[in-house]
Write a protein that binds this ligand. Structure first.
Ligand code: KIV
Ligand code: ZN
Length: 515
């Protein structure tokens, strides 16, 4: 009989720890709803102690979700756990508290400055405290991948006895190799006396490019929960990619005795949504969700696929949500058709006024672009959110002059706290000139780390979606902009990033500090 493999998505928590990937509360709720449609079992919505913004996001997600369990992260500290409990109170769904403390010698000695006994006691106190808020408690020995095996067994036995229903084994720094990590899970399940009282979970980072391979090895050795993120988003090289694990298990049923309950046809739209909101583009050759993942260029492959798709395809594109016909709306579509399509995409408007604002943007876009696709609609909602609040700088107009043999020149008009400014500059190309003109007016003295353009859909009238990553004083932000004119999209993205730099930082990372 096929056993159930639980999917624990941490895009909103570990994924958000990618530099510049911070999301607003509304954006987190939109992603959480998409994850619920995907039917993930647990959504880790944030780290309530990290900031007021994180607390409010966990609260908002817990109230918006009905089917998936919503989880809040907490260090093994009573104050953190109570804060997580508070954020989850009043949830409309099941809740979980995930508490952790480091167990590797290097973390205990150099970061925590605690002995094994102190760490073990602290873990037990934390789990008992979390059980006062919810029956569903998960414990993680951070850096388990580099922890001493005997100590790991002792702490897991103690936290299970204290009431942890899930024990999660993180390879925090992505150090393990697949056979080693699979073997670790096997031996832990053999050795921990009360192992049968808890679900064994794994949480792999991708520093050596092995997060998915390590997770799959762990599943083959008895792990029944897997922690992962959409598109593999996450700190440094990221976390294990949800879509790759889920499709590997589903495609190779011959090698796995378990499967998830996911509706895999939601994978591509979820991937697009996370990419649009965070500004982290998906590489074209990325497995499952990359634009080329199901594209057969070589004639010999095309011929084979036309004769029998199994010759070169191990999965069906439509099973992960690539649809053959994705044209949805056009210039003549009315408000009702627009609302209905947005409903189907799971986009819910807070008010009629909000719907009207996005419908207005849709009409503007439809004047410039013949066919409007789902991706255009997702991007409209993101842009409407971006332009909505707290932004003190707005783009009023751009004029660029760029001709072969001349130096590109840009004139931009922007409003800064309601006052109009004009600024001109030349650059090595039109985008460079526009960025220099904006910087001339705003003087952020930030460094440009990344500039990328992605066509949201096909065709020369497609909207260009631009991501700009800026750094100032160690703080990194991502800005996005979309328009059928990529110079305008670039200016919007640059201004969006500057607006983020001007806002106070949203969150700190207490898990990296002392407890
Ligand atoms: O990577 C890690 O160890 C974590 C823990 C908080 C589970 O993210
Ligand atoms: Zn992690």
């Amino acid at each position: 009989m096929t056993e159930r493999l639980l999917v624990f998505d941490t895009t909103l928590r570990d994924g958000e720890q990618s530099p510049g990937a911070s999301m607003t509360r509304e954006e987190k709720v939109r992603i959480a709803k998409a994850l619920e449609r995907l039917r993930v079992d647990v959504i880790e919505a944030g780290f309530p102690t990290a900031s007021v913004g994180d607390f409010e996001s966990v609260q908002a997600v817990a109230q918006a979700i009905r089917e998936s369990t919503v989880c809040g992260l907490a260090r093994a500290l009573v104050s953190d756990i109570d804060r997580a409990g508070e954020a989850l109170r009043g949830a409309h769904t099941q809740t979980r508290i995930h508490t952790f403390i480091a167990t590797s010698p290097i973390h205990m000695e150099r970061k925590l400055r605690m002995t094994q006994e102190q760490v073990l006691d602290q873990a037990v106190i934390a789990v008992r405290r979390a059980r006062q808020h919810t029956d569903d408690v998960e414990f993680s020995p951070e850096d388990a991948g580099r922890s001493e095996f005997d100590f790991l067994c002792r702490i897991l036995e103690a936290v299970i006895a204290a009431g942890a229903r899930t024990v999660n084994i993180p390879d925090t720094v992505g150090y393990n190799l697949p056979n080693q990590f699979g073997n670790l899970i096997y031996r832990l399940r053999e050795r921990v006396p009360n192992a049968d009282k808890a679900v064994f979970s794994v949480h792999c980072h991708n520093d050596l490019g092995l997060a998915v391979a390590n997770s799959l090895a762990a599943i083959q050795n008895g792990a029944r929960q897997v922690e992962c993120t959409i598109n593999g988003l996450g700190e440094r090289a990221g976390n294990a990619a949800l879509e790759e694990i889920v499709m590997a298990v589903r495609t190779r049923r011959d090698l796995f005795t378990c499967d998830t309950r996911l509706d895999t046809s939601q994978i591509v739209s979820c991937s697009r949504l996370v990419s649009t909101i965070t500004g982290f583009p998906v590489q074209p050759n990325k497995a499952i969700v990359g634009a080329n993942a199901f594209a057969h260029e070589a004639g010999i492959h095309q011929d084979g696929v036309l004769k029998s798709r199994e010759t070169y395809e191990i999965m069906r594109a439509e099973d992960v949500g690539w649809k053959a016909n994705r044209m949805v709306l056009g210039k003549h579509s009315g408000r009702n058709a627009f609302r209905a399509r947005m409903d189907e995409l799971g986009i819910v408007f807070g008010s009629e006024e909000e719907l009207s604002r996005v419908f207005g943007l849709f009409k503007d876009l439809a004047d410039k672009k013949h066919e409007i696709f789902d991706e255009d609609l997702q991007s409209l909602v993101t842009v409407a959110g971006l332009e909505k609040k707290n932004e003190s700088i707005h783009l009023l107009g751009v004029h660029v002059c760029s001709e072969t043999g001349t130096i590109p020149h840009a004139l931009v008009r922007i409003s800064i706290e309601g006052k109009e400014h004009q600024s001109e500059a030349v650059g090595s190309g039109p985008v460079d000139a526009v960025f220099k003109a904006i910087e001339g007016a705003v003087e952020t003295q930030s460094d440009l780390l990344l500039y990328s353009v992605n066509a949201i859909t096909g065709g020369t009238d497609a909207q260009g979606e631009v991501t700009v990553r800026l750094e100032k004083g160690g703080r990194i932000v991502n800005g996005q902009g979309a328009d059928t004119d990529i110079i305008v999209a670039s200016a919007k993205a640059y201004i969006n990033a500057i607006n983020k730099l001007l806002m106070p930082p949203q969150r700190s990372h207490p898990q990296n500090g002392d407890i």
